[in-house]
Design a protein around this ligand. Structure first.
Ligand SMILES: Cc1cc2nc3c(=O)[nH]c(=O)nc-3n(C[C@H](O)[C@H](O)[C@H](O)COP(=O)(O)OP(=O)(O)OC[C@H]3O[C@@H](n4cnc5c(N)ncnc54)[C@H](O)[C@@H]3O)c2cc1C
Length: 254
């Protein structure tokens, strides 16, 4: 594992939408207000992969059973920000169909949701000269965190694989670049990684669709990068609902 892990008590909280912002035609930001007395969502600097499990009400009954009473349909969402102990901010890609995207497309202020976790914060190293960040839209919240939280002297290069259309505005920083690449199979990301010519000690961090992430990981290996310098995560898989991200990237390769 790269970096270090800080464990947290697992909390299941009820929450409601306090605020909605349209970040782009395909991304909506939700500020969720936790029910009174709920434990706050942990937030650690440079734990850019931290995520909560969001639980969605049954679309027919409206019921939202939370552990230990029951278990709703859940999906993973990055902790984009914790502005204060009563709130957490999450950004949703609005894609075709699925319990999470359906909820996000129709939610309004006051809509109910469950917020579980995070179980732990995986804090990434703050001593690298360059952070090479390769993502699709699902990991844009994490990329935004890299731009905000990477150490001041380091540079952050971001490549985004995304369909045509506007992207959300990302945070600005002095030593940074943001590049959009074409495609849906990781070839554009892989080419971008090669063109950055990573040096030993640079950290490559990537998250997005599993096939694209496999291409990124294979390219990192072909470039001879050390395993301690490469951290790649599959956030979803085309054609698979609710994929468990703890599975190896190629576990369900077809
Ligand atoms: C650690 C972690 C952090 C994550 N953070 C975020 C985040 O901050 N914001 C975010 O939007 N997503 C994030 N994701 C991805 C999100 O959990 C998945 O996209 C999830 O599958 C969405 O659930 P759903 O109910 O909408 O679709 P599902 O029911 O899971 O899937 C239904 C169909 O939609 C497809 N699909 C799923 N996601 C996408 C997508 N992004 N684009 C196109 N098609 C898709 C599937 O392949 C499937 O065919 C994260 C995932 C992980 C593991």
């Amino acid at each position: 594992m790269i970096g270090r892990l800080v464990r947290h008590d697992l909390a299941a909280r009820r929450a409601e939408v306090a605020e909605i912002a349209e970040l782009s035609p395909r991304m909506r930001r939700f500020t969720l207000r936790l029910a009174a007395g709920s434990p706050p969502v942990a937030f650690e600097r440079l734990a850019v992969g931290d995520h909560v499990k969001l639980g969605f009400p049954d679309p027919t009954t409206g019921k939202l059973p939370l552990p230990p009473e029951g278990r709703p349909v859940m999906r993973d969402y990055s902790v984009r920000a914790v502005p204060d102990p009563e709130h957490v901010v999450v950004d949703f890609v609005i894609h075709g169909a699925g319990p999470a995207t359906d909820w996000a497309a129709s939610a309004t202020v006051g809509s109910a949701i469950g917020v579980l976790g995070p179980r732990g914060s995986h804090i990434l190293p703050d001593d690298r000269p360059r952070y090479l960040v390769l993502v699709d839209e699902s990991a844009l919240p994490a990329a935004a965190r890299w731009l905000e939280e990477a150490p001041a002297g380091a540079s952050v290069e971001v490549a985004i694989e995304a369909p045509d259309g506007d992207l959300p505005t990302l945070p600005r920083r002095a030593r940074a670049s943001v590049t959009r690449v074409d495609g849906t199979d990781g070839a554009g990301l892989a080419a971008q990684l090669r063109s950055w010519a990573p040096r030993p000690g640079d950290l490559v961090w990537a998250a997005g669709e599993t096939a694209s992430m496999l291409a990124v990981r294979q390219t990192a290996r072909a470039l001879g990068l050390d395993a301690d310098d490469v951290d790649v995560h599959g956030y979803w898989k085309r054609g698979v609902a609710g994929r468990d991200h703890h599975q190896p990237l190629d576990a369900d390769a077809s």
